[in-house]
Design a protein around this ligand. Structure first.
Ligand code: SF4
Length: 402
């Protein structure tokens, strides 16, 4: 039995954004009922799951997981809590996980412990007999939510009208976007990128057009463009709440990069001041940050790259190396634990996990696994066929060049 439900967008509130920020406590999970008391609006579960202690949940998940065998695969994004990662069959970034899922044809059920756009991508890349499940239906991504398809279509229409025959625009969307945005890129000669292959997709785009519309993360777009020699004076930021994105027609005609006004609320917390403080404390520190950070932070760091790049850089460094890291804290803490011979810490002294990734509490994982053992599929994520087909075109273009 599959239970169909309407998927709500539960935006991140200021309360939720800061509810789990801490300075001196561990980020260990509490009962779901206790976590709800922080004022969050997550998916409601039967009361027995709300009250189960972390240890009870661990035992229940272990037993339910064993019963499912290889009919199910659990994917864990790097930014998930440790209590989820311990049950992941594989962990990685969003694209690596979706690709992995597509190779697991024997698994009817793909349980994606990540956020909504990732489950959508897994659905697009997986086989028809596989069902993708997002344990907490409210686990979205605030960056992906910043580019709503209606606003992007308005922008696209405006650009076509203003630019006309003055030069084609190639749309590039970051993986962290909805399937509808990926589909818009697919049907308009555009492409998808990840944080590791963004430069290659820019080369691809500039072979086909004179300018790029980059969605939805202005920082990844700007950092990549700067790296490729495009001046900041050749870029404009498109504000979807203003007419023509807040620009004159002339400004748009002169722009080489049109950056959507979106950002990651986690990675924009990092500052140049934090980097300076880390260097004062450890003069031989290596600062490595994610390209979703601001340009100022990326420029001030020693290196930057995707989560996989950060992991590789630290794990391959010699013993005794010191790293200050500008990415999500659950991942930084895990890297620190896995590299006890090195000093590894998060640049931000206030411990703030990604609030939407954090919505996957172990109680949700327990609930979906129990459901599967009873023949009930909850929280299935499906992308309409026409959108999936167009989005896959943009994903396949990326795969063809990297
Ligand atoms: S870390 Fe940023 S981009 Fe990633 S899921 Fe969280 S809000 Fe979205």
């Amino acid at each position: 039995m599959v239970i169909k439900l309407k998927i709500p967008t539960i935006p991140i509130t200021e309360i939720e954004q800061s509810a789990f920020c801490q300075t001196d406590e561990e980020l260990a999970s509490k009962t779901l009922a206790e976590e709800f008391s922080a004022g969050v609006r997550w998916q409601k579960l039967p009361v027995e799951y709300m009250r189960m202690s972390p240890e009870e949940l661990r035992q229940r998940i272990t037993s339910a997981r064993a019963k499912l065998g290889d009919t199910a695969v659990i994917l864990g994004h790097h930014y998930q809590r440790d209590e989820i990662i311990e049950f992941a069959d594989v962990r990685g970034d969003s694209f690596k996980l979706s690709q992995y899922a597509a190779t697991q044809g024997q698994s009817q059920h793909i349980i994606f412990c990540g956020v909504h756009f990732m489950a959508e991508t897994a659905n697009i890349l997986s086989e028809p007999h596989q069902k993708v499940i997002l344990p907490n239906i409210t686990a979205g991504c605030s960056m992906a939510d910043m580019a709503q398809i209606d606003d992007v279509m308005d922008c696209w229409d405006d650009l076509e009208r203003v630019l006309g025959d003055k030069g084609g625009v190639v749309p590039i969307t970051y993986m962290n976007s909805t399937a509808a945005i990926k589909a818009l890129c697919g049907r308009n000669n555009g492409i998808v990128c990840t944080s590791s292959n963004a430069p290659a997709t820019f080369d691809w785009a500039f072979e086909r057009g004179q300018r790029v519309l980059f969605l939805p993360d202005q920082h990844l777009g700007r950092n990549t463009a700067v790296k490729m020699g495009i001046g900041v004076d050749e870029m404009v930021v498109w504000n979807p709440f203003k007419e023509l994105g807040g620009h004159t027609e002339e400004e748009l005609i002169n722009a080489k990069m049109i950056l959507w006004q979106g950002h990651c609320s986690v990675h924009t917390r990092f500052t140049v001041d934090q980097i300076e403080k880390a260097r004062e404390t450890y003069p031989d520190i290596h600062v490595v940050v994610h390209p979703e950070c601001t340009m100022e932070v990326v420029n001030a760091a020693d290196s930057h790259g995707s989560t996989e790049y950060i992991l590789k850089t630290i794990s391959e460094a010699p013993a005794g190396s010191k790293f200050a890291v500008g990415t999500e804290v659950s991942l930084v803490n895990r890297i620190a634990a896995e590299n006890p011979d090195k000093t590894v810490f998060c640049l931000d002294p206030v411990v703030c996990p990604c609030s939407t990734m954090y919505r996957i509490h172990p109680a949700y994982l327990s609930w979906v696994l129990d459901g599967l053992n009873e023949g009930v599929v909850v929280n299935e994520i499906t992308v309409p066929d026409d959108i999936a087909e167009q989005a896959k075109i943009a994903l396949d273009r990326m795969l063809a060049i990297v």
